[in-house]
Design a protein around this ligand. Structure first.
Ligand code: NAD
Length: 433
């Protein structure tokens, strides 16, 4: 198939590259000239394991193209995929500015039948808006709109796309359904075919449910701390129940990233507009917000309430491992609070250092983990990178000023920390002191 993907961010780029890997001819379009120039040279503007190899391979096979010219990219395409951002507005709603702009441009360049798919996460009812905008600009040209929300996880996005657990396809016509089923058949046999509104809702319902699981286990963790129970064991014990499962039951400093925070608040806004008060998701958001402060409280206890002048090594800046994405990362909330209290923060992340510098003002970044922890009064772990899990604690003991670790991701066991002689405070477990 000939496919045009509009927006080459984490979703558009991965989708475009994977569809080309399957043998389709894909042209990826972006308004960001620098991104397109980089991609044309076979370089990825984002960190995503395995993506650069696939970009280069498919560029070489002439089935992947990058351009800023939407008109040209659309000419031979049967399918146009919209994958631009839908950030959060001040009032919590999803901002549809980019979607509407793209719909307008698509309408202007539409000269023959195509299926226009919205892959971006959009409020229920957006499919209709996209259709109206395109219709306004496309005159009498025939087209279909469809919803095909994305479920990939940053950090394993290529794997998730090529081994898709399900494809959700929201359509209004047989013709569009046939085309989209054909596109997804090589990727998954779990195809959920429905109307556009339902497809749009499936995405928000899924993300809100996962966020709920995280806030739930975080509340259990908070109660565990009060009662001397161990949340990691609680989660293990719960997870063997197939109705519950182990995934998303890791207690910590709360969720972040480009999806859960904005999608939960968008769902609350969507419900509110429809006249419904979505209480659970509101509480999920509140619990998540409060969870951020746990590591700061624990650090204060460890340092006897005196953060001023203390050197704090923050390990991990990205919102999760294997990505350089800093959107709504816990580090963005936590680090400025430490700095305001007069702490000297030195941070390190295996891949997100550059992006972090853009969003956290006056952040001192170390080139290596060792450089970050040297002479530190405490280490704070904010992202569970493999590199941190494999840290040599004997070496750490020699480098630091005080053997204190505040772990927002529960990456070590209390027993090991006790053996190594660390003060170790984690989430939902006893503090080792
Ligand atoms: P992103 O910000 O990384 O990428 C968006 C891209 O669109 C940017 O490169 C931007 O330059 C481009 N763009 C903006 N306006 C454009 C225009 N008029 N024409 C062409 N390109 C344009 O965003 P993302 O993380 O890829 O997310 C995209 C959508 O997918 C969002 O709705 C998000 O909620 C959803 N989503 C994201 C993820 C994720 O893990 N990142 C997962 C599932 C769904």
């Amino acid at each position: 198939m000939n496919i045009c993907v509009v927006g080459t961010g984490y979703v558009g780029l991965v989708s475009g590259v994977c569809f080309s890997e399957l043998g389709n001819h894909v042209t990826c379009v972006d308004v960001d000239e620098q991104k397109i120039a980089k991609l044309t040279e076979g370089k990825s503007p984002i960190y995503e394991p395995g993506i650069e190899d696939l970009i280069q391979k498919n560029l070489h096979k002439n089935r992947l193209l990058f351009t800023t010219d939407l008109k040209q990219a659309m000419e031979s395409a049967q399918i146009v995929i919209i994958a631009v951002g839908t950030p959060r507005k001040q009032n919590g709603e999803a901002d549809l500015t980019y979607i509407e702009k793209v719909a307008e441009s698509i309408g202007q360049h539409l000269k023959s039948y195509k299926v226009i798919i919205t892959k971006s996460t959009v409020p229920v009812g957006t499919g209709k808006i996209v259709k109206e905008i395109i219709r306004r600009h496309a005159g009498e040209v025939e087209f279909d709109v469809a919803s095909n929300p994305e479920f990939l996880r940053e950090g394993s996005a290529i794997y998730d796309t090529l081994n898709m657990e399900r494809a959700v396809i929201g359509v209004e016509s047989e013709k569009a359904a046939e085309l989209l089923i054909g596109l997804h058949k090589p990727l998954t046999s779990n195809i959920v075919l429905t109307n556009i509104e339902t497809a749009e809702m499936i995405k928000y319902a899924s993300n809100a449910f996962l966020a709920t699981k995280i806030s739930f286990i975080n509340e259990i963790a908070n109660v565990c701390e009060l009662l001397g129970a161990d949340v990691t064991k609680v989660a293990e014990g719960m997870g063997y129940d197939k109705r519950i499962g182990h995934a998303f039951l890791q207690a910590g400093i709360g969720y972040g990233g480009s999806c859960f925070p904005k999608d939960t608040s968008a769902l609350v806004a969507i419900a509110e507009k429809a006249g419904y008060d979505f209480r659970i998701v509101k509480d999920v958001e509140q619990v998540n917000k409060e969870q951020r402060s746990k590591v700061i409280d624990k650090l204060k206890v460890a340092l006897k309430n005196e953060l001023y002048g203390k050197r704090i090594a923050v390990l991990g800046l990205a919102f999760k491992p294997n990505t350089d994405d800093m959107r709504d990362a816990p580090s963005v909330d936590v680090i400025p609070i430490l700095q305001n209290e007069g702490a000297e923060v030195v941070a390190y992340d295996p891949v997100a250092n550059e992006n972090a510098q853009k969003v956290i003002p006056n952040l001192e970044i170390a080139d290596t983990m060792q450089e970050a922890i040297i002479n530190s009064d405490a280490i704070m772990i904010l992202t569970d990178w493999k590199e941190f899990k494999e840290i040599d604690l004997t070496e750490v003991s020699k480098l630091v000023k005080q053997k204190i670790i505040i772990d927002g991701r529960n990456i070590f066991s209390n027993e090991h920390m006790e053996q190594m002689g660390f003060y170790y405070a984690s989430i939902g477990r006893k503090t080792v002191s």
